[in-house]
Design a protein around this ligand. Sequence first.
Ligand code: TYC
Length: 102
Amino acid sequence: MSVQNQQEAVLETEAVHLEPPRLYKVLLLNDDYTPMDFVIHVLQRFFAMNRERATEIMLKVHREGRGLCGLFSRDVAATKVGQVSDFARRHQHPLACVMEKN
Ligand code: TYC
């Protein structure tokens, strides 16, 4: 086998073993202090939801303790968590936003 063919064989083998990019859940957690309207605003502002969808998710979190905001690549998920956490803290609310592997 020529050197060029050997190199091509290695490249093909590696391409076959590429894993699909992992996705991460971004979740909101319930607390007793953050106003419902503020949570709805966060879901509209950072997750591009309409008011109806944002209200559904907020109520799910309120009743069940946590709720899914969306699925994202690791970098985008980390950015969302940072943006929501900063925004909540600036408004002096304890709202928690976390990410976890899907
Ligand atoms: N439990 C809050 C209240 O009664 C509302 C709330 C909903 C807080 C969702 C956080 O992620 C949350 N005001």
